[in-house]
Design a protein around this ligand. Structure first.
Ligand code: GTP
Ligand code: MG
Length: 136
């Protein structure tokens, strides 16, 4: 059985959408294995987002991710990595399909596309690396 790391980012926690996001994960039939409320620091976020270092949105993203608590969730299920990304919708909340988390609730704040509520690991390798970072 596959596992993925889901994050409810600070915008999702601040907007009280954690329950709605957990509800969608559970309704799909995936299992919650572990869950923590984390105030992420720069060191953790630099590791989590190392693939984006140097990109124009990197610094605003790291700042934003420290703006409040994040809910980190270890989720298990058959093909859950691909499945959660499908539940989340595409990165840009304006064009994410209705019915997805980002499509239904994400808001576009101009250049701050990063406020798209959730993160989901994008491969088996990313999931292993990210789960080790957030859950040790
Ligand atoms: P995650 O599940 O959060 O990793 O999203 P993703 O895989 O859909 O996107 P990606 O890994 O490419 O980027 C990580 C995060 O950086 C995104 O979720 C956004 O928050 C932010 N991001 C990505 N691309 C852009 C962009 O072009 N502009 C801005 N402002 N933020 C971006
Ligand atoms: Mg990604």
């Amino acid at each position: 059985i596959e596992e993925t790391l889901v994050l409810v980012k600070p915008d999702g926690v601040a907007r009280n959408l954690t329950g709605e996001i957990l509800r969608r994960i559970e309704a799909k039939g995936y299992s919650l294995v572990d869950l923590r409320l984390v105030q992420a620091d720069r060191e953790l976020l630099a590791k989590h987002y190392e693939e984006h270092e140097g990109k124009p949105f990197y610094e605003p993203l790291i700042e934003f991710m420290q703006s409040g608590p994040t809910v980190a969730i270890r989720v298990a299920g058959n093909r859950v990595i691909e499945g959660f990304r499908s539940l989340a919708g595409t990165t840009d909340p304006t064009t994410a399909a209705p019915g997805t988390i980002r499509g239904d609730f994400g808001r576009d704040w101009g250049l701050k596309v990063q406020q798209n509520l959730v993160h989901g690991s994008d491969s088996v390798e990313s999931a292993e690396r990210e789960l080790a970072l957030w859950f040790g």
